[in-house]
Design a protein around this ligand. Structure first.
Ligand code: SF4
Length: 392
């Protein structure tokens, strides 16, 4: 194992003070959440900026923010939408840190990407830090398997993890094209190929077992908190899938018991979940797919049908409001928003937009040129995958 020094958690907003919670303190005047003029102020600032600003809203954002989004979507769609708007000098990304990084990577150097609150990170992305991943790679080198390992990272990872994959012959994937990405990866070194899947163990496992025909025994989990990942060299040599021990704190909450309860109380209910859910939940669900798949499935469902949806609550509530002819419930007994997505609220959006009107670019997300180059290599390999949509 290498002696790479690891950093404490919270690698967000690189270059900032690691001992503080970044983004909580806004330089300047953050409007009070109780300010009755927030909606009017956001509207006025957007109008003043005109086509110079393009506001992106991820599906999991609050309604109060989504109302100001020029486009909504998943992270990859939004980054591509931003790239297709080169006239927009400022991209205000209402989402989380890794998404703003991806937008910076895919947009022109003249475009500035702003994240209204730097504390809007992603707990899953934070679970795989470059120093830890390099330690795991060193262990694979020591076990004599690295030359047949293809690293594949989920879109929901930091730019430096995407760049790690680019540098080491790997690719990025989304939850829509994970199967195509694994197909491609397993074809790289013949029968000996192994895939090192980052950072979401559940997406990796669900895709490997349910789509690729691998068994649970073909998968091992690298735990960055354990010496040597908790794995022996023999286990690394025997595995087909080396899964990173990361998960989504929202999708990881859904449980098979809740599915049983719902089926008992709402006859005929359809269970629709995201592949970031644990394997046992996915096994019990009727349908599994990306955020875009979930939206399209609900839109296409006949009136009178009942759906329990296992994804972020803001989206489930919007779907329920948009489809009153269908019964739509959340697949958890407790309220469960993505806490970091919810950091982006109207006061932060107003602050970011008004600062731009005043000529001050706040909370700009910039990926360094070397990281950007290699992350683009990994993203390009994803774009060249055959078939499936590239949305997550
Ligand atoms: S929903 Fe999960 S994967 Fe998405 S930003 Fe929140 S923690 Fe990250």
């Amino acid at each position: 194992m290498s002696t790479t020094v690891d950093l404490p958690l919270l690698p967000l907003g690189r270059g900032k003070d690691l001992s503080s919670e970044r983004g909580v303190e806004c330089p300047g005047d953050l409007p009070a959440a109780s300010d009755p003029d927030l909606v009017a102020r956001a509207r006025a600032a957007k109008e003043a900026l005109g086509s110079r600003v393009f506001v992106l809203g991820h599906h999991y954002q609050r309604d109060e923010v989504i109302q100001f989004a020029d486009v909504t979507g998943d992270s990859f769609k939004l980054a591509r939408d931003a790239a297709a708007r080169p006239e927009a000098e400022f991209i205000v990304f209402c989402g989380v840190h890794f998404m703003a990084e991806s937008a910076d990577i895919l947009t022109a150097p003249t475009q500035k990407v702003v994240l209204p609150d730097l504390a809007a990170g992603c707990s899953m992305a934070d679970m795989a830090r470059l120093a830890q991943v390099e330690d795991a790679w060193d262990a694979m080198v020591a076990a004599g398997v690295a030359s047949s390992v293809v690293p594949v990272t989920y879109m929901n990872s930091s730019a430096d993890i995407k760049a790690f994959c680019g540098r080491n012959g790997g690719a990025v994937c989304t939850s829509s094209n994970a199967e195509s990405a694994l197909d491609w990866a397993f074809s790289q070194h013949g029968d000996d190929t192994k895939v090192f899947f980052l950072p979401d163990q559940h997406l990796g496992r669900n895709t490997a077992v349910l789509k690729m025909g691998l068994t649970l025994d073909d998968c091992v989990v690298w735990d960055p908190r354990q010496p040597d990942g908790g794995l022996t060299a023999e286990q690394l040599r025997d595995a087909k899938m080396i899964l990173w021990r990361g998960h989504c704190s929202v999708h990881g909450r859904f449980s098979p018991d809740t599915i049983d309860d719902l089926r008992a109380t709402i006859p005929g209910i359809n269970i629709l979940v995201h592949p970031e859910c644990v394997h046992e939940v996915v096994l019990k669900a009727d349908l599994v797919g990306s955020t875009e798949f979930i939206i399209k499935t609900v839109e296409a469902a006949p009136a009178g049908t009942a759906w329990a949806i296992g994804t972020e609550l803001n989206l489930v509530k919007r779907l329920a409001a948009a489809h009153p002819d269908k019964r739509i419930v959340f697949l958890d007994k407790t309220v469960c928003y993505c806490s970091t997505m919810n950091r982006i609220d109207l006061p932060h959006l107003v602050w970011a937009l008004e600062s731009l009107v005043d000529g001050v670019v706040v909370n700009q997300i910039e990926v360094d040129p070397d990281t950007e180059h290699w992350a683009k290599v990994a993203l390009q390999r994803m774009l060249e995958l055959p078939g499936k949509s590239h949305r997550d």
